[in-house]
Design a protein around this ligand. Structure first.
Ligand SMILES: [Zn+2]
Length: 88
């Protein structure tokens, strides 16, 4: 457990779904970054998300492990985009 509140919330979400049937809806997260010296964004990482909420939940799907949420219908695999600044 880290000092940030987010870590604690994620642990609680996992605890609530333990032993329950999970939603399991999937999405793909594309993490983009600007190429140094240009204004072009390229995909740097591709992350597969799985909804960790209980089956039949209301509202958006959530992947607590990756801190992402999305709206999607059954049978769809939406693609999300997240832009990361390169601070290094
Ligand atoms: Zn879901």
């Amino acid at each position: 457990m880290g000092p940030d509140g987010n870590g604690l919330i994620r642990v609680r979400v996992f605890g609530n779904v333990e032993g329950m049937q999970r939603c399991g809806q999937r999405a793909v997260l594309m993490v983009t970054r600007v190429v140094e010296g240009t204004s072009t964004s390229v995909a740097r990482r591709r992350v597969e998300l799985t909804c960790g909420l209980a089956s039949g939940h209301l509202g958006e799907h959530q992947d607590p492990a990756h801190g992402e949420h999305w709206a999607g219908k059954p049978g769809q695999t939406p693609t999300l985009l997240r832009h990361e600044e390169d601070d290094a």
